[in-house]
Design a protein around this ligand. Structure first.
Ligand SMILES: [Zn+2]
Length: 297
């Protein structure tokens, strides 16, 4: 089986430790190919994509998970959306010369947010403090602070791939249920994370989850769950774009169409142009006024 563009969950048996692994190739390359991103942005988006896949995998929900940085500095926007069925899309906007800039410099005067939008129920938003030198450490700190969950995250990007590994203490007092005392849990944690620290970027980007977990944990009993496939899929549509057009007003739109044949609405995520001509605009306002006043004729 091709292990690229998959994520795997695993557990270390007889411990309260769980993990997530992912490796992205074509999904990552598709995102990068949509825009002419400098290497610095490619690196940031690659790490954000791997992180978003793993973070969303730890949640039991149906809907959309977003990891998004917004700022006034070099990075104006860097966002990754991942749905529960692992459809991913991502885009970034930047300004100025960003050559050679690292994580903190790129994200100066930016804020990083995690948003969970379930199909049913209320949205959740958490702010990830940007007080550490890389994305992994910022996210580890976030979990420690907001969820009180010991978490370690390894993110690597390169050779057209992005890889993630995450190790976390299980929530819900799972340790109590497993009869693991605090001391044993601390020992397990130390051993499992120390071994993961030996992982190199080259290995991480090149080998399958089975191989990686065997290399790190061949002395443990590791239980692996089924692979989940990840792919690039944009949720944009002409219909969604038309909602933005309607807010401009019919007169304004028709005036634009006096000067040009079509109005092009470009989706930043997938770079698709959705085109609207005069007929489209008339139909748009007929259907929106029909649905707005609720009358049936
Ligand atoms: Zn799109």
């Amino acid at each position: 089986m091709n292990y690229h563009d998959t994520s795997r969950r695993f557990m270390i048996d007889n411990s309260a430790i769980r993990g997530e692994w992912c490796l992205l190739e074509s999904t990552y390359q598709t995102v990068i190919a949509k825009h002419n991103y400098p290497l610095e942005i490619q690196g940031l988006l690659g790490e954000m994509m791997a992180a978003a896949v793993m973070l969303s995998s730890t949640l039991k929900f149906e809907g959309r998970f977003t990891l998004q940085a917004r700022g006034e500095g070099p990075i104006q926007l860097a966002t990754v959306e991942c749905t529960h069925d692992k459809h991913l899309r991502s885009v970034a906007r930047w300004q100025g010369d960003i050559e050679g800039l690292g994580f903190n410099e790129l994200l100066q005067s930016a804020s990083l947010a995690i948003t969970i939008e379930p199909d049913k129920g209320e949205n959740y938003q958490g702010i990830v403090p940007l007080e550490h030198g890389n994305l992994s450490q910022c996210l580890e700190f976030y979990f420690q602070q907001s969820e009180q969950l010991d978490t370690r995250i390894w993110l690597h990007e390169g050779n057209g791939k992005a890889a993630g590994l995450m190790i976390q203490v299980m929530p819900f007092n799972s340790a109590d249920a497993l009869n693991v005392d605090d001391e044993a849990q601390a020992e397990d944690w130390q051993r499992v994370t120390t071994l993961a620290d030996t992982l190199t970027a080259e290995e991480h980007l090149a080998i399958s989850a089975e191989e990686l977990l065997h290399r790190l944990y061949h002395e443990e009993n590791v239980r692996m769950f089924d692979a989940e496939l990840i792919d690039f899929k944009c949720s944009c549509s002409k219909k969604k774009m038309s909602a933005a057009l309607v807010s401009l007003g019919k007169e304004e739109l028709l005036q634009i169409l006096e000067e040009q044949e079509q109005i092009n609405m470009n989706c930043e995520f997938c770079n698709t142009n959705h085109n609207f001509d005069k007929v489209d605009i008339h139909m748009l306002f007929e259907s929106s006024s029909a649905s707005n006043d609720g009358h049936t004729h």
